[in-house]
Design a protein around this ligand. Structure first.
Ligand code: MTE
Length: 328
């Protein structure tokens, strides 16, 4: 039991945790990124006055704290620094809200009031949960996980949520249930904003796991990040986090979870099957058809800010938990 709670670095104002030289290097780094055209639309250059965009970003991240969260000792250290919140909060993929790095701003249109998650299919106890049900029924914990996108960038993020296996125990899948399909929120009047029409994409965004993958210790539903509720751009109010797989497996803003007997069609696997397979485990030895996966760009911003090249780890470094799932 924790009697003394030590504040996390992301709970302390930046000027209290960051040495001045590091702070100014960070600003220089952001300018270099912008100058290089990397995510030019996503990172404001800080001056004395905040830009409208920076104020909007801060508002999108300034959310109620989540109380009664326990640390999970197995996941308090990802062996890399936690990515700065403001950086993670504007470097998003959420194609329902566009294909640029202005996604964080467009995603503020997501309506999260009265959210419901339907759990259905081959289960003994089908149920519609609202967000309070989820937060109260399943004890919340914090887990600091490495996050690896298929586009070969990576971060470290402090999620708050509960293991997926807790939901499995509550709904009791029948013996016929072999796979699980997860469906994201979709409303064509709100999502897929102007300027982003890739033909007839198979909306809503769906993802899938085998039931064994969902029951694995690591598979997680996040309702928060950095100590507070999940910002809309990260997939509020509840999303999947599957740290040994590429980030696209982590569907955001989940509205439906179905236990089924056959492998479901999933969004990216349907759109480009040759590039995004169903399993999508992080694997340095299996190149994407258009780029290598041997290394990744780690977006770090702790002391020693960097955009570092690092070797990709098999299963994103989580082999001890999951390799046995794939043993021949
Ligand atoms: N979920 C939905 N509904 N729509 C999306 O476009 N993008 C995926 C995943 N989940 C996506 C999604 C991809 S490609 C990545 S890398 C991660 O979300 C990004 O999560 P983040 O923006 O919180 O870092």
């Amino acid at each position: 039991m924790n009697f003394i709670r030590i504040p996390k670095s992301w709970e302390i104002p930046e000027h209290q945790v960051t040495a001045e030289n590091v702070y100014f290097n960070r600003r220089r780094f952001l300018k270099i990124l912008v100058g290089a055209g990397i995510g030019a639309s996503m990172i404001p250059i800080a001056g004395c006055q905040k830009s409208a965009s920076e104020t909007a970003l801060e508002a999108s991240l300034n959310l109620p704290k989540i109380e009664k969260v326990r640390d999970n000792p197995a996941f308090i250290n990802a062996n890399r620094p936690v990515t700065e919140e403001k950086l993670a909060g504007q470097y998003n993929n959420f194609y329902e809200f566009g294909g640029t790095k202005k996604i964080w701003l467009n995603a503020q249109k997501l309506p999260t009031e009265n959210w419901k998650v339907e759990v259905t299919g081959l289960v003994k106890n089908p149920r519609i949960y609202d967000l309070d049900d989820l937060k109260q029924k399943f004890p919340l914990e914090e887990r600091i996980y490495r996050f690896r996108c298929v586009e070969a960038w990576s971060m470290v993020l402090p999620w708050i949520g509960f293991p997926m296996k807790a939901l499995i125990e509550a709904v009791e899948p029948t013996s016929q249930a072999k796979f699980v399909r997860f469906t994201s929120f979709y409303d064509p009047n709100i999502t897929t904003g102007p300027g982003f029409h890739i033909g007839s994409l198979p909306w809503p965004y769906t993802e899938g796991l085998t039931i064994e993958e969902m029951a694995n210790e690591l598979a997680f539903f996040a309702v928060g990040i950095y100590g507070h509720n999940l910002p809309k751009q990260h997939g509020a109010p509840v999303r999947m986090v599957i740290p040994w797989k590429y980030g696209f497996k982590g569907a955001k803003s989940i509205v439906k979870i179905e236990f089924i007997d056959t492998q479901p069609a999933t969004f990216w696997n349907t759109v480009v099957p040759g590039e995004y397979d169903f399993e999508a485990n992080v694997n340095p030895n299996k190149p994407h058809p258009r780029w290598s996966q041997a290394t990744e760009k780690f977006i770090s911003s702790g002391p020693g800010l960097s955009w570092e090249r690092k070797e990709t780890l098999p299963y994103n470094g989580y082999g001890e938990y999951v390799a046995s799932l794939y043993a021949a």
